[in-house]
Design a protein around this ligand. Structure first.
Ligand SMILES: Nc1ncnc2c1ncn2[C@@H]1O[C@H](COP(=O)(O)OP(=O)(O)OP(=O)(O)O)[C@@H](O)[C@H]1O
Length: 300
């Protein structure tokens, strides 16, 4: 599969502060990747280096096998950064038309209105008169204007109301279905879980986990199978299997802590144990995130 982003040994220091430390990863065409992590983890710094807007202290970034700020690459990417700065003195329609003109194969204005939730009234407004939320919608339209193959969104939904968020994610999912490659940073674990097919979990300038939301949950958070039984079950019966990491009794239920609930269920049936009220509890991504980063994060 085509490699869209290739990053090797990326490092960025600001005086004594090493914001990004020897980060390497590749992203293939069609992946939807969430860069997740607490404040100061290095998400924005990494994204700015990918975009060629910040030069690395060490390491290498290639986008479509080329330097990030080459003209060819710029024609294929769309970007929405945390601070949406839009040229003052123009109407929304004018700025969108201006940006569309930079690209060889832009979306039509009508299509952009439709997929970003902008309306005819918004188009007539002067950019300096937009509210914070409206600015983000326009920023979204500008990121999409060129019909890019690769999209970068840095904490895109901050400042958006519920409707704007819904439209934003519906459009992102639709773009993903069309095979676009999408990278977004977020603090919102639920967004990563819902939209991304891969999560890069950042903490303190490094990637501490890389996988699908399911893999990360499976790997990092505790899952269990529990049941009620009148029989005496020797601890050895389960703990001799590597997929069971703990076994305990609580409130009259036996709990088996595991990385793979399917294997535990299969074992229970294989042993023909006399059990009832079997419950499977899957780990949650926000729990995994807290475990890994030691941070408590709000989940929307
Ligand atoms: N221009 C700069 N000068 C000095 N330090 C910086 C600069 N930019 C970022 N840093 C530091 O680098 C670290 C990583 O910052 P970065 O903005 O990449 O984190 P982040 O994961 O995007 O955080 P947030 O979620 O808060 O946006 C932080 O400690 C930050 O203070």
């Amino acid at each position: 599969m085509e490699r869209v982003i290739d990053i090797k040994g990326l490092t960025k220091s600001f005086k004594e502060k090493r914001a990004v430390k020897d980060v390497s990863f590749t992203i293939k065409r069609g992946e939807v990747v969430a860069i997740l992590g607490p404040n100061g983890a290095g998400k924005t710094t990494t994204m700015l280096m990918m975009l060629g807007l910040l030069s690395p202290s060490k390491g290498d970034v290639k986008i479509f096998d080329e330097e990030a700020n080459s003209k060819h690459v710029r024609e294929k990417i769309g970007v929405m950064l945390q601070e949406v700065s839009i040229m003052d003195g123009l109407k929304v329609k004018e700025i969108i038309s201006l940006i569309r003109n930079y690209y060889p194969n832009p979306y039509s204005l009508d299509h952009l209105i439709q997929i970003t939730g902008l309306n005819q009234d918004d188009l007539k407004k002067r950019t300096e008169k937009l509210s914070g939320g409206q600015k983000r919608r326009v920023g979204f339209a500008l990121a999409l204007a060129g019909n890019p193959d690769l999209l970068f969104f840095d904490e895109p939904t901050v400042g958006m109301d519920i409707t704007a968020r819904k439209i934003f994610w519906e459009t992102v999912k639709e773009l993903a279905n069309q095979g676009k490659t999408i990278l977004f940073s977020t603090h919102y674990l639920q967004e990563a879980d819902d939209v991304a097919n891969r999560i890069l979990l950042f903490n303190d300038g490094t990637i501490i986990a890389d996988g699908t939301p399911e893999e990360i949950k499976k790997k990092l958070s505790k899952q269990s199978v529990s049941f009620i039984t009148n029989d005496v079950i020797p601890r050895k019966m389960f703990l001799e299997h590597p997929f069971v990491t703990d076994m305990f009794e609580k409130d009259g239920r036996i709990y088996l802590v595991t990385e793979d609930t399917d294997l535990v269920l299969a074992k229970i049936f294989e042993l023909k144990l006399n059990v009832k009220d079997i419950r499977v509890e899957k780990g949650r991504l926000d729990e995994a995130f807290e475990q890994l980063t030691g941070e408590h994060k709000e989940v929307i």
